[in-house]
Design a protein around this ligand. Sequence first.
Ligand code: NAD
Length: 588
Amino acid sequence: MARLGWCGLCLLADRISIGLAIKRKNLQIPRGSAMADITQQRAEAGERAMPKGAELLQNPLLNKGTAFSHAERRALGLQGLLPPRVLSMEEQVERVLESVRRKPTDIGKYITLMALHDRNRTLFYRVLLDNLAEMMPLVYTPTVGQACQEYSHIFRKARGIYVSAEDKGQIKDVLENWPSKDIRVIVVTDGERILGLGDLGVDGMGIPVGKLSLYVACAGIHPSQCLPVTIDVGTDSRERLQDPLYLGLQHPRLRGQSYDALLDEFVEAVQSVFPKAVLQFEDFGNVNAFRLLKAYRDRFCCFNDDIQGTAAVTLAGLLSAMNLAGGRLQDQRILFLGAGEAGTGIANLTVSAMVEQGLDESEARQRCWFVDSRGLVVKSRENLAEHKLPYAHESEGAPDLAAAVKLIQPTALIGVSGQRGAFDRRVVELMAGLHERPIIFALSNPTTNSECTAEEAYTWSGGRAVFASGSPFQPVTVDGRTFVPGQGNNVYIFPGVGLGAVISGARQISEAMFLAAARVLAGKVTAEDYQQECIYPALSRIREVSGDIAKAVAERAYEQGLAGSDRPESLEEAIQKAMYEPTYPEYM
Ligand code: NAD
C-alpha cells in the first residue's frame, strides 16, 4: 500500500470526506495515493466516479498496466484489456530497463522513458529513483539537451502549460485550464538559454519537464503537484524561425516593456491560481534572469536555479574540496571563466560564505575574479553589465584565460562559459604548476560544452586536480589510480530547497537557505567518497540528501520568520512522511 505522501498530509481533511463519498460506491481509495489525488481533482470538478476500463489505463497517475491484480481487473472493468499474466512492479521495472538499454541511442532511450512517463507515472518514477545514476543523464543533461534541440520534431504529446505572448490578458484563464489546482512546484522557462545551447524557444519545454521529474524522484514532491511551464515570447533562433515544423511563435523575442508586462501578468496569475506553489525560474537568458530575480525574490516564494541552485551546489563542492586540497574557503582565490548567471551567482554565495567565516565583504569579493568573452573583468573596462561590477577589480587586464591564470594565480578555476576546450592542456598545466592540488571545476553543460573532460583534467595535472563537472563523466584511471569525478549537478540542491519551502510554506527563499543547503550537501560527502577523489555524495543517497536539505531550509524559514505554516513537532518526521514513494496503491 502506498505510504501517506505529501498530498496525504496536506489534504487529509478534504480526503476524509472524499473517501467517505467513494466508500458509498464500494470502492476503497487509498488516501495519499495517486488515486486519492485524482479523486481529489475529480471531487473538485464535482465528479466523483473512479475512472474504469480503458479510461483508467489512459490515466498515467492511476495506471498500473500489467500490475493490476485479477481482483482489480474484475472490479475496474479491465478484463480482456490487458494480457492475462499479472506482473509485479519489480518485473515491470526489469522490462523497462531491458527496453531502455536495448535502444541504441540516448535520444531513443529518452523517448522510451518519456512514453512510460505518459503511460504509467508510478512505474516511471520507480525506474528513475532506483536507477538514478543511469537514468538521470537520459531524462536530464546531457540527453535532455539533444531532446530540446529536436523537440518540435520528436513531439508526441504536450506536457505542461504553454503561455504565449498571444495569451496576454488571459494568462489566468490559461493556468486555470490545468486539471489540478493543488500545485506546489512550478518550473518555468522562456527558452532563451537552454543549458549551454542558447535560444531554443518553446523547444526548451524539455527542461521544466525534466527538472520536475527530478523534483519527484529526488525529493518526493508528488507528481500531480508539479507543473512545467514554458512562456513563449518568440525566438531569436534563425533555425527555428525558418523551421516549418517549429511549434512556437515564429517571430523575434519580445523585449523591454512588453516582455516585463507579460511576465508580471504570469507571476500574478500563478499567485492567484496556485498560491501554494514555489516558482523556479529556469534557463532564462541573463538579460532577464537577474532582473526577474531582483524584481520577485522578496515578493513571493521563488528562486532562479541557474543563479542560486548552481551557486549552492558549487559552494558545496568548494567546501568539500577543502578536504582534499587543504586550506580554508576564505583563503581561496577563485577565477571564473564565464561571468553570467552561474558564475556571478556562485561568486555571490561564496562571498556570503566567506563573510560568515569572518572576512569582510570587500575582502571576500577580492578573492573572486572573472574572465568573460572579452578577457579579465577589471575596473578599467567600459560598459560592464551590472552583475559583473562588484567583481571588476583594480588590476591590469589579461586578454585570455592563460594570461589571467598567470596574473591572478588562482587556487580554484571554475568554468561556466559554455566553451568546450577552454581549459586546454596549457591552462591545466599552469594550474598544476601553481598548486599541489589545484581545484578545477568544468561546469558547462551539456558534456559537449564542458571546458575540459575529467580525463583531461586528471591526466594533464598528473592526477592532482580536484575536479568536478556539470555533466557526468565516467571514472578515469591515471597511473593506476582510479578517480571518480563528482558531478556538480544542481539536482543535489533544488529538490531539497523546494521541498523545504513547501513543507514550511515559505513566503520567500532567502540566501541563508541556499547557504544552509550548501553546507548540508558538503557535510554529506563521506570518507569513502573522498578516497575516490569525489567531492559530492553518491547519487543513490539523493533522497537522504534532499530530506536533510529540506529540513535545513525549513529551519531557516522558521528562524527568519518566513514560514507560512506552523512548525511540526518533528520536522524530520514530517519531511519523511511528505515524500512521495512510487509504489502502487492497492485499489481493492
Ligand atoms: P550565461 O549566458 O549567463 O553566461 C555565460 C558567460 O560565459 C557569459 O558571461 C559570457 O560572456 C561568457 N562567455 C561566453 N563565451 C566566452 C568565452 N569564449 N570566454 C570566456 N567567457 C565566455 O550562462 P550561465 O547560466 O552562466 O551558464 C553558463 C554555463 O554554465 C552553461 O553551459 C550552463 O550549462 C552551465 N551551468 C552549469 C551548472 C551546473 O553544472 N551545476 C549550472 C548552471 C549552469
